[in-house]
Design a protein around this ligand. Structure first.
Ligand SMILES: CC(C)(COP(=O)(O)OP(=O)(O)OC[C@H]1O[C@@H](n2cnc3c(N)ncnc32)[C@H](O)[C@@H]1OP(=O)(O)O)[C@@H](O)C(=O)NCCC(=O)NCCS
Length: 205
């Protein structure tokens, strides 16, 4: 079996379920078209879970803000499937450092519906988690809707704490710099190999 976890600093190939290799890379303003093409493939349910509203499309200003990354305080990586004729982002992970608490950052993860449950979200989370540790982030924050129980439980398995306000849960997920410090749960067992790969290759923002 061909194994090409090719690592090239700010991009790499990594397998998802079914041994399909996706390209993971940093994104910025140059990726606007591919980003918008991926957004169009999100279901309204996924958009609601991620953006908490039934957005049809993002405004130019919103897209510019989402792609205004700086390798320090605002990090975003996307997954691309180059196998088909059209190239589009199949998932994005990002975090933005808090202006008031520089040791904290807000985490966002989105995977388009046809690629969900194949491990893409876990790889993107691994990238965010690993880079956050390197950049001095100690806690990921985020809001998750209360009906997204599966995701909440996945984060609880990584030691996250949640506070409920109405139908939203406010998350605080500790970012452990040492992989061995992650709790010994089923989901951390899925995340750890990704973190190990990133560590071995000394991934940089
Ligand atoms: C939340 C979201 C990002 C998750 O992404 P995803 O790619 O579907 O997640 P994964 O495929 O990595 O994980 C799904 C399952 O596969 C499992 N898995 C992942 N990688 C695996 C692997 N290599 N081997 C075996 N199982 C694996 C995970 O343990 C998880 O199991 P579970 O269903 O028992 O919890 C995605 O569902 C999404 O975009 N939802 C809409 C937006 C949203 O809710 N965002 C969160 C708020 S910011």
């Amino acid at each position: 079996m061909l194994d090409y976890k090719v690592f090239a600093g700010n991009s790499f190939f990594y397998p998802i379920k079914g041994n399909i290799y996706l390209c993971f890379k940093t994104i910025d303003k140059n990726d606007k078209e591919k980003y918008l093409a991926g957004f169009k493939k999100l279901s309204s349910k996924s958009i609601y879970n991620r953006f908490f509203g039934f957005l049809k499309e993002l405004t130019d200003k919103q897209v510019d803000e989402l792609l205004d990354t700086d390798k320090r305080d605002h990090i975003a990586w996307a997954a691309f499937d180059f196998a088909g004729e059209e190239t589009f982002g199949v998932g994005v992970g990002r975090f933005k450092r808090s202006a008031t608490n520089p040791n904290e950052a807000e985490l966002g993860l989105t995977v388009i519906d046809e690629y969900q449950n194949k491990g893409v979200g876990t790889i993107l989370l691994g990238i965010m988690y690993y880079l956050a540790g390197k950049l001095g982030i100690e806690v990921f924050t985020g809001l998750i809707l209360s009906d997204n129980a599966k995701l909440i439980n996945r984060f609880i398995e990584l030691d996250a704490q949640f506070t409920r306000t109405g139908n939203e849960y406010e998350m605080r997920l500790p970012v452990y710099r040492e992989i061995d410090h992650l709790p010994k749960t089923e989901y951390s067992g899925v995340l750890k190999p990704v973190l190990q790969f990133l560590k071995e290759n000394d991934l940089c923002p």
